[in-house]
Design a protein around this ligand. Structure first.
Ligand code: CAA
Length: 308
């Protein structure tokens, strides 16, 4: 494998392109909008600069990595030489199926088609192609350059050869693969999202304030971020979409998203990306101020998450 195409220049797509380019692969980064691609490239540069400052990358390695990234606004041009395509588009089933139908037509016969989906069925994605044995899940974690895990998801028809190739490739880019079968939410989000939902429900019920909930999980369980901050980081719309996939897939009410999460997404408070979620990011993401309307802790004034 030499040529990797990444579909989508958002947070995950640019992180995936970054890691492959840094590890010597030629990367075609594809998005429909030129502005998104320019922003993605600037983000990769900024994150590599951060690595240069920390000493984990030299200036020469950075420059060489950046020259390995080519930007495309057309899927057909971007994937024509690809040995592997990793789709990291919006977490929407119709958009993903449409992309995979196109990829099946535009890519060479040997090309493996991977999705970075956080919960959508790989079997379903594979079913719209003529090569379901070459369709697989490669679920990277945010921030991609930092997080070691890649959850590898085998669909019903994914071949052992495809899985073995992707497991080896994951190791070659310095990540640790962990294999799961194709069940709703796989493992990562089947376990993570009920915890986040429970934290939001606890806030909704007034059990504790935003900072108390996050502090308990950070200091008590050694999580790098509390569940409310993590929800903001992932995106509340993404959290809601994953919970809906879990609930639809298992037909079990224990996965039902809580009302506060639904209301916040409906109101457009999506977390870091919209500037406000449980915390207020309008002064920069390093400064975590509990968003207006929420109580910092249980004994402070009432807010939308803290009924009396
Ligand atoms: N690119 C490159 N390096 C980065 C980076 C990026 N985008 N973001 C952070 N870093 C580096 C920093 O330079 C720093 O490097 P050193 O250790 O060499 O100093 C290191 O990562 C830590 O960063 P910071 O000092 O800025 O901040 P921090 O210590 O608070 O860590 C964090 C930030 C790594 C994001 C940490 O808070 C964390 O691990 N949070 C949890 C992340 C998590 O759970 N991710 C999974 C989310 S779920 C998901 O992605 C999948 C899904 O389907 C929903």
């Amino acid at each position: 494998m030499k040529n990797i195409a990444v579909i989508g220049g958002g947070t995950m797509g640019n992180g995936i392109a970054h890691v492959f380019a840094q590890n010597g692969f030629q990367v075609a980064l594809i998005d429909v909008k030129k502005e998104i691609l320019d922003k993605a490239f600037a983000t990769i540069q900024k994150n590599m600069d951060r690595q240069v400052t920390k000493g984990s990358l030299t200036e020469e390695q950075k420059q060489a990595s950046l020259t390995r990234i080519a930007l495309y606004t057309s899927i057909s041009d971007g994937v024509e030489n690809a040995d592997l395509v990793i789709e990291a588009a919006t977490e929407n089933v119709d958009i993903k199926l449409n992309i995979f139908r196109q990829l099946d037509g535009f890519t060479r016969e040997h090309c493996i088609l991977a999705s970075n989906t956080s919960s959508i069925s790989i079997t379903k994605i594979g079913s719209v192609t003529t090569r379901p044995e070459k369709v697989i899940g490669m679920h990277f974690m945010n921030p991609v350059p930092v997080m070691k895990l890649v959850e590898i998801i085998g669909g019903y028809k994914t071949s052992k050869e495809t899985t073995d190739t992707i497991v080896e490739l994951t190791k070659a880019i310095g990540k640790v693969p962990a294999f799961t079968n194709d069940y709703p939410g796989f493992i990562s989000n089947r376990v993570l999202l009920p915890m986040i939902n429970e934290a939001i429900l606890s806030l909704e019920q007034g059990v504790a304030g935003v900072e108390e909930i996050d502090t308990i999980m950070k200091l008590g369980m050694a999580h790098p971020m509390g569940p409310l901050q993590l929800a903001d980081f992932i995106g509340l719309d993404v959290c809601l979409a994953i919970l809906n996939v879990l609930q639809d897939g298992f037909k079990n009410p224990k996965y039902a998203p809580c009302n506060l999460l639904i209301n916040m997404v409906t109101a457009g408070d999506l977390g870091v990306k919209s500037g406000r979620g449980f915390y207020d990011y309008s002064h920069g993401t390093k400064e975590l101020v509990v968003a207006p309307g929420f109580s910092k802790n249980k004994n402070e004034s009432e807010g939308q998450g803290m009924p009396s």
